[in-house]
Design a protein around this ligand. Structure first.
Ligand code: MUC
Ligand code: MG
Length: 375
């Protein structure tokens, strides 16, 4: 009886901390380990699904942190799903929304686990449950974020030599704008003709600084500027965009489909960064993507330095989007000193490959989970 088989019987969650190969510096935070909540859902048929909620620097990138995610999952979200049908994804989403406002990273991890468990039961990838794939591999960039131009030139050189990445996102906003511009000039000169550059200011600038710096970024050859001004300032972002020769990428200002619609109305962005932690799961990501598509806004596959588990969940969605103009940034598994799955994602020729296999396409390594789980 499929209805009974697919009923959610148990949900468990673990906080893990995995060290990164180097310090990763954003405008307002810096990490040397990545923290996730790994969620496991068990169905009546005994099949287990996994999902991951990523964070960055505690509750600094968004309002959720692993401690709040685990608490909300255990006390409110998991109880709302016990006894529900795992394959009724929209209904499950409604149950989760009724149980807790926002908490999108927590909901995204749980919904990912549902897609994994149902896909495993039916023997199909999560992408098939979302409408199938139009691509099996996705261009993937690497992020330079040590803040030290010399180190960054060397790191980019290694990635280029290994044909792992030829596009680099540079994290700016931790230092004065002029210092970042000087750093970018050094990078652009060192990598000229070999690499493409984009930048992410993570809301660090105001409108005046953005207007001052964008012509220089254009001159340096930067292809895309991500979230130069605070998330709340859509009108400012739209004014900056009107004067800018470089396209703008919306990140922290787009969580919900309503946010996406507001950005479209304001004419505030050329592209949007899609992330499960912002959109509350695979279905939510499809909905935000659909609003962007309707507005002619390009899609970019964003990340929050997920491990292979969270990255795989994103790839299941990205593989099914008709146009993914700006590729993706799911390099997360490569910046960790270790992975949480038995078989890591495959990176080659500046692409990341959609894993084959049912559900998310990756399998949790129980030993690794134990090793990195917080006591
Ligand atoms: C962000 O704001 O885009 C993604 C990659 C990275 O280096 O930082 C994140 C978050
Ligand atoms: Mg960003």
């Amino acid at each position: 009886d499929l209805a009974r088989d697919l009923t959610v019987r148990a949900v468990s969650s673990h906080i893990v901390d995995v060290p990164t190969v180097r310090r990763h510096k954003l405008s307002s935070l810096s990490v040397s380990a990545q923290s996730y909540v790994i969620v496991r859902v068990r169905l009546d048929n005994g099949v287990e699904g996994i999902g991951e909620a990523a964070t960055l620097g505690g509750p600094r990138w968004s309002e959720e942190c692993v401690e709040s995610i685990k608490a909300t999952l255990d006390a409110h979200l998991a109880p709302a799903l016990i006894g529900a049908r795992a394959d009724q994804f929209e209904r499950a989403g409604a149950l989760l929304d009724a149980a807790a406002k926002r908490n999108n990273a927590a909901k995204g991890a749980l919904e990912s686990a549902l897609f994994d468990a149902v896909g495993r039961t039916l023997g199909v990838p999560a992408a098939a449950l979302l409408g199938g794939t139009v691509r099996e591999r996705i261009p993937v960039l690497w992020t330079l974020a040590s803040g030290d131009a010399g180190q960054e030139i060397e790191e980019a050189g290694q990635k280029l030599a290994a044909r792992l990445h030829d596009t680099f996102k540079v994290k700016i906003g931790a230092q004065a704008p002029e210092a970042d511009l000087a750093r970018l000039r050094r990078l652009a000169v060192a990598l000229e003709g070999r690499a493409r550059l984009i930048v992410d200011a993570n809301q660090a600038w105001d409108e005046t600084i953005a207007n001052r710096c964008l012509p220089e970024l254009a001159e340096i050859g930067v292809r895309l500027v991500e979230q130069p001004v605070p998330a709340w300032n859509l009108a400012g972002l739209a004014r900056v965009r009107a004067r800018s020769a470089v396209p703008l990428l919306a990140d922290e200002c787009v969580f919900s489909p309503h946010d996406m619609l507001a950005v479209a109305h304001a004419g505030a962005a050329d592209a949007v960064s899609l992330k499960l932690v912002k959109h509350g799961g695979l279905l939510g990501t499809r909905k935000v993507a659909a609003v962007a598509e309707a507005a002619g806004i390009g899609l970019y596959g964003g990340c929050l330095l997920e491990s292979s588990i969270g990255a795989a969940a994103h790839l299941q969605v990205f593989a099914g989007l008709r146009e993914l103009a700006w590729g993706c940034e799911h390099f997360g598994p490569q910046i960790l000193t270790d992975d949480l799955v038995t078989e890591p994602l495959h990176y080659a020729d500046c692409h990341v490959h959609l894993p084959s296999g049912p559900g998310l396409g990756v399998t949790l390594d129980e030993d690794k989970l134990r090793r990195y789980a917080r006591a």
